[in-house]
Design a binder for this molecule. Sequence first.
Ligand code: ZN
Length: 492
Amino acid sequence: MILQSARGVIGWDTRTKMPPRGIGLRSQQLALLSRFIHRMSTDSEIGMLLEKIEKHPDYASLGELQRRNVYLIRKTYDEETKLPEKLVVETARQATIARDVWVKAKAARNYSLFKPELAKVIDLRKQAADILMDVKKTKTPYDALIDIFEPKMTASQITPIFNELKTHLIKIIDKCVNSPNQPNPSLLRRKVPPSVQQEISKSLAKFIEYDVESKNAGGRIDETEHPFTIGYFDDVRITTHYYEDNVASSVFSVLHEGGHALYGQGINHDLMYQPVGQGCSSGFHESQSRFVENMVGRSREFWTSYYPQFKALTGNAFSDVPLDAFVHAVNYVQPSKIRIESDEVTYCLHIIIRFEIEQALFQDKVTVEELPTVWNQKYKDYLGQKIENDSEGVMQDTHWSGGAFGYFPSYALGNIYGGQILAAMAKDMPNWAGQMEKGDFHSIKQWLTTNVHTYGNLYDPIPLLKKISGQEINVKPFVDYLNAKFSKIYQY
Ligand code: ZN
């Protein structure tokens, strides 16, 4: 854990502060640390110790926490030792090449350039998935990849959930798009200097109680091309990007990454240095970032409290914009081609498309050759979009070039978890929105910490979701939340 967090800080520095010429030494530092980490986690002594512990007569009498620790060490150890080093090294090498070619192919709008490299990545991930399927005891290779990000979730479990969500989302989008009550999103293009946006970032961090300023701060905000969160317990950092003519981009990045940071810092401190002392899953992490970004950050109640401060910070830029016009603009629903630019309602459709394609790829029902055709057809069917070239189509995301298959479902699952978490919170704290309207986020943060963050990785995602919400995974709370919110904004 300590070595991993050291690697994290070095990785952070690479993307924020490092002078360009440092890259040579830096890649050696990172490679050496990665080798140490790999060697330590696959040391045969761990295997021997695990066996001793598991066979020990007192093992059954260990508490839940200690047994979970043993389980998590066993899981990582088995997976890391069963994957041949040659395959791991080859995958890392090919991912670097494929990512590099992806950047060039995307700029040149030339899928045929990317295709052979992508095919090699997929082949390597299929080999890994076959091995992991045995270790993880999943039914299909694709399930083994999903399990990396969302433990114990399977494609056959996700499919009906996503199908149901898809039907609801298409209906909500239809109502919003056809409503006569449309926002004016162009007002968000008004210029706000980056120096002012930095002040806005600090005030947002303060609102959500993510400390980046005090003498005892455990966080900080820097600027990078793509926003991200990195860190461990008392040192969790976020980044954002400032566009002069798109202040909303940074506002919602800070809230999103701030949600990740609160999760990282909210895990019970006693769990530090233990395998359980980390987030539950990628989907759970995303549930927390989307919660703060959307359920809090795009709510009318939040802006009721924060808008006067925002107006004061931005000078005259928004002085003539009424609260409701601003709230509607940041909740503009419009089907689009690009996932990362999409709104709260259409977002999950982008994810569902990727999940369906990944599943077909790993079942050999779609070839690398056919990917663009399949992609474009789904964008037409679900989002009514005509994809003009593969750069705005199948090549828009970086994930596949890096071999991160099985990751996408987590994004949509996070939204679904978020809906159930919100419903549970509303039951405990019926006046949560009213409190936020008064500028009080404290009780919401407390609730999230006590009911979600504190558990760390003590449970797999579905058991944790049940513990929080008392229910199996279901889309209804998320769909109800969207309908309640957008029917008001769009008056449908
Ligand atoms: Zn995120």
